[in-house]
Design a protein around this ligand. Sequence first.
Ligand SMILES: [Zn+2]
Length: 247
Amino acid sequence: MNDQQLLRYSRHILLPEIGIEGQERLRAASALIVGAGGLGCPAALYLAASGFGKLTLADPDKVDLTNLQRQILYGTKSVGAPKVDEARAALAAFNPEVAVTALQKKLDEKALLDLVGKVDVVLDCSDNFATRHAVNRACVQHHKPLVSGAAIRFDAQLMVFDLRKPEAPCYGCLFPEDGEIEEVACSTMGVFAPLTGVVGAMQAMEAIKLIAGIGESAARLQVFDAKSAEWRSVKMGKDPACKVCRP
Ligand SMILES: [Zn+2]
């Protein structure tokens, strides 16, 4: 790192858990962020500001006026433009040292497999079960850590599936692909704006912890109720009958 970089990241470097070595690891690391919405915006912002080396952002959508209440990388002038392009420009202004690849598309199975194989950590910031399951399958196949987040109304969830470890559950162990889970259409539901910031920032935090090797990952399902400001954590084990991750 040069002098400017040492200064930029000095408050990280001062943390013995990170130091110069951890910061170098972040600089060498790459993350795939699936979804550039309420969760993806703050997650990408914190990863970029923190000095993550490479970010790949995937989202097929354009910025809509209804997004601006919580998708903090976009401003009024962004409306109508592809989200990933606006996000890349905003992130470059925050930290030009971070290489951001913008993919304006819905990643299919093959594209996901290809991309997940090339990154160190995956952040699922999507808003539907089909994508979540496809991301999970790719992470299981490549043994890549998956940081999963969700926020709707006043409720949020977060969990890290560290699929580098054979004993770790996968997303499908918790939410089976053929399970009877009612899909909540995020486009029609209310979302408490700061809650998406809380979860997206936590996803960035867990991704940084994984890369720098800090502490313990959120390997239990974290459930947050914004109205009561209460966190609960639930231990979730591997499902031996899981169709995705059983050997
Ligand atoms: Zn599983």
